[in-house]
Design a protein around this ligand. Structure first.
Ligand code: GRF
Length: 197
């Protein structure tokens, strides 16, 4: 049975894949007084994030290209759950203009590198960490930013760096360090933004 929480801000998480950040956010806000993850939107019908969300009784809407870019449909999906804030967590499609307009300053993304380095179309998943390693960077990190019409270009809200040693560390080890930063900071930053709504 659905819990009725009238005072809470409702968050929708958009995710395309594994969903470890989505899960982390669901758990973080599960017992929160001010906000809850009310919906997961996924664009891949077999993505692991779907089972993760359903395991916590969070409804999931699976979209395809046609439905995701259909203004009337998508706005009604979000309105049905009274969504106040959108969080992208490994969501790989460009956000349509109507969502950017409707949720301006209320959509955020996390990128697994220190933008403006290693961002843009095609820069996602292990590709980011491989490129960081190839370039022998001495640090990498996370960037949390607002979402606008372009990939990875909205205003930066928060960045956190971590030192790395590209000679000694594998791409997987670099990815692990970045994931640890994501889990530690993304919920907290979202919490602060949602509190200001
Ligand atoms: C994360 O590294 C995030 O920074 C990026 O996509 C990845 C998603 O991983 N935007 P997961 O699906 O949350 O495990």
């Amino acid at each position: 049975m659905e819990t009725i929480s009238p005072g809470k801000k409702n968050i929708a998480v958009f995710a395309s894949g594994t969903g470890s950040n989505a899960l982390n956010l669901i758990m973080y806000f599960k017992t929160h007084d001010g906000a809850q993850v009310k919906l997961v939107v996924c664009n891949k019908k077999d993505a692991p994030v779907i089972q993760k969300a359903r395991g916590f009784d969070v409804p999931v809407v699976v979209v395809n290209r046609e439905t995701f870019y259909d203004e009337k449909y998508m706005l009604s999906v979000l309105e049905n759950e009274s969504i106040d804030f959108i969080v992208l967590a490994g969501f790989l499609w460009l956000i349509p203009q109507f969502l950017v307009d409707k949720y301006r300053d209320r959509i955020v993304n996390i990128h697994p590198a220190l933008l403006p380095k290693y961002g843009g179309k095609g820069m996602y998943g292990s590709k980011v960490h491989e490129t960081v390693k190839q370039n022998n960077e001495t640090e990498t990190g996370i960037t949390i930013h607002y979402v606008d019409e372009s990939y990875d270009e909205g205003d930066v809200i928060f960045q956190k760096a971590v030192p790395i040693n590209c000679t000694l560390q594998s791409t997987e080890e670099i990815a692990q360090k970045v994931h640890a930063l994501e889990y530690a900071h993304y919920p907290r930053v979202i919490e602060q933004l949602v509190q200001k709504l």
